[in-house]
Design a protein around this ligand. Structure first.
Ligand code: SPV
Ligand code: MG
Length: 303
């Protein structure tokens, strides 16, 4: 975020980003959070009115030309989050994958994410290197005690940072009882919320979990494959936050492909020019006016 915008938004947001994220998770309303992967997508998500950002591991890896198999390093993730935090003041939930190692790696990641302005980190209970939950069939759950140690270490090191424990029991085919046992263990280890993931095309696993979980902690979901179930079903089930985990990236890829192919084939942008974001809008999005006013303020005149 540029300094001018930071001042205005900073005044508007008197609570810290982690405090705002905690409020969001605890509110009785269903809230939607959108993914972002870089500076411009973070700003677009905030501009669209979402109350928070999901810094998606899949999306950040993809724009870096890497697969969502821990191919980027944790420092690359931190750097990407820093860019996003610079561009907006809404809370950022960072997809911290498995924490990039053991409890020690996870707590260092959490601390660094807090330092660059993240509001929360989500750590998932698989083994490093993880695979994207929608890819392949061989996902391995972490040892439950090791994962609780990881959560406790993050909690102790970064007490302010919101800590979301992601349960991959359904992704790994371990079933409802395992999902409940893990969610309860993670609650006791200090998690602020549970991210319950499912890759079914229907919301049945989530609904079954919610019916027995009884809101012991706020629940976060990412209804990528079961989006058709609809907001009302998530609301009725008692879900706290639903994340659209990859939709900005997929929208951007679709549009970039379309534009690149058309402009190449037609040897120019004439037919799609009106569909492209005008440069004036880009300048507006990046608040070039603030720089003009700053120049006036510091040079005493417009250049
Ligand atoms: C991500 O966005 O990287 C996620 C969510 O972890 S998902 O891809 O749905 O597993
Ligand atoms: Mg991820």
């Amino acid at each position: 975020m540029n300094p001018g915008t930071a001042t205005v938004e900073g005044q508007r947001a008197s609570l810290s980003a982690p405090a705002r994220l905690r409020n969001l998770l605890r509110s009785p309303e269903l809230e939607f959070v959108m993914s972002a992967h870089d500076g411009i997508s973070a700003r677009i998500v905030a501009e669209a009115g979402f109350p928070a950002i999901w810094a998606s591991g899949l999306s950040i890896s993809t724009v870096m030309g890497a697969r969502d198999n821990n191919e980027i390093s944790w420092t690359q993730l931190v750097a990407a989050v820093e860019v996003m935090a610079d561009m907006t003041s809404i809370p950022i939930i960072v997809d911290g994958d498995t924490g990039f190692g053991d409890f020690n790696n996870a707590r260092r990641l959490a601390r660094k994410l807090g330092q660059v302005g993240a509001a929360g980190v989500c750590i998932e209970d698989k083994v490093f290197p993880k695979a994207n939950s929608f890819v392949g069939a061989h996902h391995q759950l972490a040892n439950i005690d090791d994962f609780c140690a990881k959560l406790r270490a993050c909690r102790d090191t970064s007490p302010d940072l919101v800590l979301i424990a992601r349960v991959e029991a359904f992704i790994c085919g371990a079933g409802l009882d395992a999902a409940l046992e893990r969610a309860e263990a993670y609650r006791q280890a200090g998690a602020d919320a549970i991210f319950m993931h499912s890759r079914l095309t229907v919301p049945d696993e989530i609904v079954a979990f919610m019916a027995r979980w009884d809101n012991a902690l706020p629940v976060v979901i990412a209804p990528t494959t079961y989006a058709a179930a609809g907001a009302q079903l998530f609301r009725d089930a008692g879900v706290s936050v639903a994340i659209w985990a990859n939709h900005t990236l997929r929208a951007a890829v679709a549009e970039m492909r379309r534009a690149a192919r058309t402009i190449r084939e037609e040897e120019g942008p004439a037919r799609i020019e009106q569909d492209l974001t005008p440069l004036s809008e880009l300048f507006e999005l990046m608040d070039y006016d603030e720089l003009l006013h700053a120049e006036e303020r510091y040079y005493g005149h417009l250049r």
